[in-house]
Design a protein around this ligand. Structure first.
Ligand code: FAD
Length: 398
């Protein structure tokens, strides 16, 4: 038996002994079982943090990372075998967090070694939950217009200002934040600062949305003292780091949309949903128009999936590039189209908000249809993605 085969056997046995049965089945979007990690997150199922803890102890949530950074130091072949076995056993990701998807990649590229050793292990193990402090009331698409100030006070930065649309700020332990350290230079005056949300002067106020949820907050900073060593990169390097992080964010959103492209949040395929609400005729969807719409959607899913794989293959080890804007914008439109199609298929049943006569899947689809409207705004609007693609991918003039 080769070392790799022995490793595969070890992984298989370990999963059989350690994967909690209660985590079988799909992970519902925005549900109580999302493994966000952190000190404040409350889970409906205690096996979610248990799985996080077990995988974290092995360093297997990011197996290629060095052990001192919270990984297991696995060789690429071993990490591939581990992923194959986890997928074959239907295991959910142990951690799904902004820290892991967005912050960690830029820490790897831009942080000092002491910063990596301090911040990466708790991200990998899901111990600290991060939020993203980019947008401000006057700075969304024009992000470089941000005004939150960080003044140099010798051993610390003094931060004053406001962020908005900060997803889950009230549940987060830390924020990666864009601040202005120089008022004279629009892009060159931005810095990338890590802020502990328990620091005196940080206040979060949740914003209620049409979906009934409050996933966003306004965050206010009043004379917040942030240690000097929490700045990533040099003062004024924040714009470069911010843009790189957005590429990881957009690639992450694209992959997430793609993984849920086939059907409902519970994993029912569009074809099965259509048969349930429009009837079945010899194994086919009875309504010819709906049949055509579902077939078109599935073809688009396939085409987007292939494009995603091509973009990933082209960027290779260097990670995401500006092409992540293509897949992000495509994915946003596709997901919104999918929910519109599901609503059309379900008719009045799609009006379910809560209680009888609607079942849980109908309620989830209705709420996620509303949530999908944000897809073409979050992580940068689709218009902004089109601008990036025009300039940075196609090389068109300004
Ligand atoms: C679900 C969701 C989660 C979010 N989470 C976070 C978060 O965690 N942290 C965070 O910092 N932010 C977050 N945001 C905010 C998000 O990044 C901003 O909403 C987004 O960048 C757009 O900014 P804005 O809302 O200020 O709109 P604006 O920038 O005011 O844009 C308004 C409209 O004008 C268009 N427009 C603006 N400029 C141009 C241009 N140059 N060319 C063409 N069209 C243009 C836009 O496309 C848009 O249609 C989130 C948003 C959503 C919907």
């Amino acid at each position: 038996m080769t070392d790799l085969e022995a490793f595969r056997r070890h992984v298989r046995d370990w999963i059989a002994a350690n994967y909690p049965d209660s985590l079988r089945g799909p992970l519902l979007p925005d549900g109580d079982d999302t493994p966000w990690g952190g000190r404040k997150t409350v889970y409906a199922n205690p096996d979610v943090p248990l799985w996080m803890e077990r995988m974290g102890a092995k360093g297997w949530s990011r197996p290629e990372w060095a052990p001192e950074h919270g990984g297991a130091g696995l060789a690429p072949d071993e990490a591939r075998v581990l992923r194959e076995e986890l997928a074959a056993a239907g295991c959910r990701p142990p951690v799904f967090s902004f820290g892991l998807l967005m912050l960690a990649p830029v820490l790897h590229e831009f942080a000092s070694e002491p910063q990596k050793r301090r911040f990466l292990p708790p991200i990998a193990r899901g111990e600290i939950r991060w939020c993203q402090g980019y947008s401000e009331p006057g700075a969304g698409s024009d992000l470089a217009g941000l005004k939150t100030r960080a003044e140099d006070h010798g051993d610390h930065w003094l931060v004053n200002g406001q962020k908005i649309w900060t997803s889950y700020a009230d549940w987060s332990d830390w924020m990666f934040c864009l601040v202005r350290t120089d008022a004279e230079s629009k892009h060159g005056g931005i810095s990338f600062l890590l802020i502990d949300m328990t620091t005196p002067g940080v206040e979060t106020r949740p914003i209620q949305l049409i979906s009934g949820q409050s996933p966003f907050c306004e965050v206010f900073f009043t004379d917040v003292r942030v240690p000097k060593e929490n700045l990533v990169g040099k003062p004024g390097e924040g714009w470069k780091i911010a843009k790189r992080l957005l590429q990881f964010e957009r690639a992450g959103i694209s992959a997430q949309v793609q993984s849920g492209t086939g059907g409902t949040p519970r994993g029912t395929s569009l074809a099965d949903l259509a048969k349930r609400y429009c009837g079945e005729d010899g194994g086919r969807i009875a309504d010819a128009q709906v049949r055509e719409q579902v077939a078109k959607h599935e073809m688009h899913s396939e085409a987007i999936g292939l494009t995603l794989r091509r973009v990933e293959a082209e960027s290779g080890k260097a990670g995401p590039t500006a092409a992540s804007s293509i897949t992000k914008a495509l994915g946003a439109k596709h997901n919104k189209d999918k929910f519109e199609l599901m609503l059309g298929i379900m008719g009045q049943a799609a009006l379910g908000w809560e209680g009888d006569p609607f079942d849980i899947e109908e309620i989830e689809i209705c709420r996620q249809w509303l949530r999908s409207k944000g897809n073409s705004i979050e992580g940068g609007t689709s218009e902004i993605q089109a601008n990036i693609v025009a300039k940075q991918v196609l090389g068109l003039p300004d």
